[in-house]
Design a protein. Sequence first.
Length: 498
Amino acid sequence: MKMKLSKIALAVAALGTAPAAFALTPAQVAAGPTTYVWLSGASAPSNAVFRSVMSLCNGLAGNGGANDAHMYLESTGTEPGKSSGDRVAYACTMSAAAGSLAGKKVVVYHTVEGGSFNAYAPHLSMAGEPNPNGYLPGNIKRINNLALLGGAGKCAAGAAGSTNVVLNGVSYPIGRYNSCSDTVTKTFTTTLKGDASALPGQSYPDGGFSDTEYTINKQNLEIGRDLGAIGSEVATNIGQAFGVAVSYPLYLQLQKNDVADGLLAATCDDGTPTAPNLTPACQPSMPAQRYTAVAGQGTIGSVDGSIFGGPAGSVVNLARRVPTSGTQSASNLRFLDKPCATGLSGGALEPARATDSTPTAVVTEQSSTGGVKTALNTATGAGQFALGVVSAENTPAPTATADRWAFVKLNRVSPNSDAQQRAEAMDGSYDFWYELAAFTAGGSVSPASASGAALISAVAGTLGESDLKGIFATPVAGSSGPTSKGARLGNSCQPAVQ
């Protein structure tokens, strides 16, 4: 705790003496020398990863030097992981906190399309993994080379905006360019490492982060190769909470159910399908078995709105993620016991897919968390029930047209009873959380660069040091940040132990 307070004190002092932040612009990036790192994989922790990288930069999080950090966002959001699109980049000059990267201008490309498994998929393709189920996409995109984004019509044309990002309790201005929709597609085969240059960090990713470990992905997606063929991963021992998110009409219906059962005050259902009562005291509950009925392939055929107390024949929308998503893996683990209950004992259930849709149960498969939130918004606008799984680092900021969804309790325990949306998970009362894994490409086929490996290691080591929403260190992490009472010890199929 003393170390953390000292860093905050240094940061406050730096704010009074350091010059105003300036961007590491495309021109400055092009002038070099510049180090490139490309991360791919999970969308759920994208904001946490971004903030951990920022904590390594000059002039931020109590580090010395001038703040030149900058971000390039595909969409119109305020920072990576907050309505920013599936492809972003951020750049800064690294501080001594980054170890061997200290003093280097580093550009981090970050791609989250397709979810967690895309941390591994490019390297499996280059290693020649068969693709009978179509789970290896063969290509992914990243933001275009930053040096090219300064031209007319690109995101970097004109003056940059700014976002105040809080790191270790102190707010820092970080330059921001939006609408960086100029992307490049990299294709991966046994003979092509993204492109002819075959440069780690530019032609192909160095690695990335997954919501669940490789073994879970390997079993779920029927992948043959062992992890050692493409690289290595470490358990970060960082927990990440997930929650069931629902459209407003379903939120109101669940409130009505709980009022009728005497679980909520009689006034809690006084809202409307487009404006329910969102006060914490009126948060309704979703029984886990009911979510299982909607999410399971064997049961979705009989689902309509009546499962939640709505009219028979009314529509229920399941906004699930694509099979390669770590959030979807987390959903499968929690509600379907897949793949943990496979083998002789059985018990695992198959997840419902889009092809299992019926007129009253519509399943969509979203490539990112943003897609799930959009589907929930759309259902609210249509007056329909909808539900999906969203990581707890997300907080809805309702407007007339966006973020019209809300978390509900799961088996009467709230995922967001506190502002940081993790207290019940850290205590052990809320069990819908798993531990992030950090993957670094290796071997002779598509190894990470030394810089890429160093950055992934540094981020994995700092995730638990920052006060991040929905994210917490387990006791095994040895972190000075917020720490839970239990740990899964890097095994998602293992119940958390204290």
